[in-house]
Design a protein around this ligand. Sequence first.
Ligand SMILES: [Zn+2]
Length: 213
Amino acid sequence: MEKLITGIHRFRSQYWGEQKGLYQRLAEHGQFPEALFITCCDSRVVPTLITHGQPGDLFIYRNIGNFVPPYTENVLDGTGVAAAVEYAVVHLHVRDIVVCGHSDCGAMKALHKDRSHFADTPHLAEWLRNGERTLEVVSANYPGMSGEKKFAVTSQENVLVQMENLRTYPVVQEAARKGRLHVHAWFFEIGTGTVFRYSPDVGQYEPISNGEG
Ligand SMILES: [Zn+2]
């Protein structure tokens, strides 16, 4: 905790002085983020940092495994993700939605483990059921793959499944139909700092930059 408190002192004494005007404008006019950024809770994935952004740029929603459960008409079964998608699209008028997975994702590794492994964490076990479709895709398309390669492929395929799910949301369909919303599948490779985007034309992920500038 001491590190966090020291960090707040540094934020106030250094960053705040330089960015005061930005914060005052954001406080006065509200937020107008360009994109909804859906990613994993993993501490190594820092959306504003990897996009070299500023406060106010991204409306960020995080959950373990960056899952977007398919749309349900029963609002009682709705999730925080659904609320964030609706708010971002209908009220904030974001132009883009990015779903960003990442390498070495604990959730993606957990999908391949036996359910009994999560007996002491029932909420986590239940939440990971959102990855069942991803597991099906991986076992159907990458039979025999193992180890780190399998985990990386699981993360990447998982993002594509969440993209499909995102497209089941009426507000997403409507905004996309009007041409004012685009959805993007990204993957962040922690060890190289490389961000990949999925190219539907090519059918694979391609680096947005090579991580060296
Ligand atoms: Zn993760």
